[in-house]
Structure formats: C-alpha cells, structure tokens
Design a protein around this ligand. Structure first.
Ligand code: C5P
Length: 235
C-alpha cells in the first residue's frame, strides 16, 4: 500500500490518502494537548503506545462483534483504516466518577456509579465541544435516531468488553471517549482507544495510568503509558 498526500493533521494524528480505495493511513504522533489545545507538550513514545494499543483493542472488539475501522497495522506508528465519514460526536461512557462529571456534580472522584452513564459532546473546537443530547444531535442533523440507537448499543458493548479485559490486566476502566463513523451505510467504531482517550486506574492502588498525568502535571507520564502497554501484553 502506498502512502499518498496528507489529508489532515490533528492534535495527535496525521491522516494520509493511499492508493487503495476506501483506505487511509493514520500516523500517530507524540504530541499531546489538553484543555482544547491550551496545554501543549510531548509524551515520548505515546504515538507507538496509542497506535498499537488501539489496534490491539480494535481486534479484540471485532472478535466480540463490534465493527471497527481497523484494517492492518503497518508499522509502530502507522495503521491502515477504513475511510469513514466521522459522526461529529464524542461519545463518552463512565463507570466511576472522575473529571468533568465529578466536577459538574460536586462529587469526589473514584465513586463507582450505580450504572454506566452515556453522554455526547458535539465535536467543534471553536465551541469547546459542548455537551449535547440525542435530541440535539438529531435536531441539528448530526445523526439520525437509528444511528444514535446503534451508537448507544455499540458503545455499551465496547464498555462491557473493555471493562472485562482491562480488569484481567489489573486496570480499572473509569471512563472513555470514542468516535464512530459511517462506512457504506453502516456505523462502525473509529478513531482510537488509548491512555489519551480513557481514564485507566490501577485496580488496587488507583494510581492514574492515563493522560490525566499530563493534564494535571502529576509526573511519570511516559512511564504510565508504557505500564499500560506492558500490562496489556502488547508486542
Ligand atoms: O474530561 P471528561 O471527564 O469529560 O473526560 C471523560 C473521558 O473522555 C476521559 O477518559 C477523557 O480522556 C476522554 N476525553 C477525550 N477527549 C476529549 C474529552 C474527553 O478523549 N476531547
């Protein structure tokens, strides 16, 4: 497969056209941003961890019946993916209180929720990704009712599979964000699943093994990413 023109450069990834129909190449960078781009930095080795970890989890999810954009890992930082039309929603599931949820509700972090929650943010940097609900998404034409229902069904399945798998690796999945895309009329999982997009705590000590170490200046950022990589047994 030939890597052709760069189509897009995001905060953490570059996307390239290829000579294969309906296939793009994603190239993961070490650049890190937080707070809608206000905080910038580098996490050495992050691109490799995020690429290989996303691929590892997408392969697992495919086996469990969740369709994804994953095609083939090409190198430590590059993966061939299906060309999707991204649904501009950040789809967030939470199992334990943390982050913006804890702040909004005046709750301590680390409280196990009675049932997982689901929320949507409208992906728009200029607006700061405002939280919206399914009715907003349908009303402004982001997605249809059928698509929202399918996304909801798939994201709870993703949560179930990942909670079980991470627990086997000594990690608690606190919350995560995913994105979905349209591919030949079907909704499939896209983007990435990594310590950039999940809160991952050590199951016993509750040490943070994710991007909160960067966001909150907790130190040992690189070590945390490598620790997750090691625990998941990724090669
Ligand atoms: O900040 P908040 O508590 O809303 O984040 C919830 C989850 O979504 C966290 O796992 C965070 O890493 C992820 N997230 C993300 N990209 C964003 C916002 C949140 O991956 N733009």
């Amino acid at each position: 497969m030939k890597k052709l023109d760069m189509l897009y450069e995001g905060k953490a990834k570059k996307v390239y056209k290829t000579d294969v129909e309906d296939v793009y190449i994603v190239d993961y960078k070490d650049d890190a941003t937080a707070f809608n781009g206000l905080k910038k930095g580098t996490i050495l080795g992050k691109g490799v961890v995020n690429n290989k970890m996303s691929n590892h989890l997408f392969r697992l999810l495919e086996k469990e019946g969740v369709p994804t954009h994953y095609v083939e890992e090409l190198s430590d930082r590059e993966t061939a993916v299906k060309k999707v039309e991204i649904v501009p929603l950040e789809v967030i599931v939470r199992n334990v209180s943390a982050g913006s949820f804890a702040k909004k509700l005046g709750m301590e972090e680390g409280i196990k929720l009675i049932s997982p929650t689901l929320e949507f943010s409208y992906k728009d940097d200029a607006l700061g990704d405002p939280m919206i609900n399914d009715y907003y998404a349908i009303a402004i034409g982001i997605a249809t009712r059928e698509e929202i229902d399918r996304i909801t069904e798939l994201v709870f399945k993703v949560n179930e599979v990942l909670c079980k798998y991470f627990a086997e690796c000594g990690i608690e999945l606190i919350d995560f964000k995913v994105e979905f895309g349209r591919y030949h009329g079907q909704i499939i999982l896209a983007d990435e699943i990594s310590p950039d997009t999940c809160r991952l705590w050590d199951i016993n000590t509750h040490d943070k093994l994710d991007k909160d170490r960067f966001r909150r200046d907790l130190g040992n950022v690189e070590d945390a990413y490598q620790e997750v990589f090691k625990r998941l047994g990724i090669k």
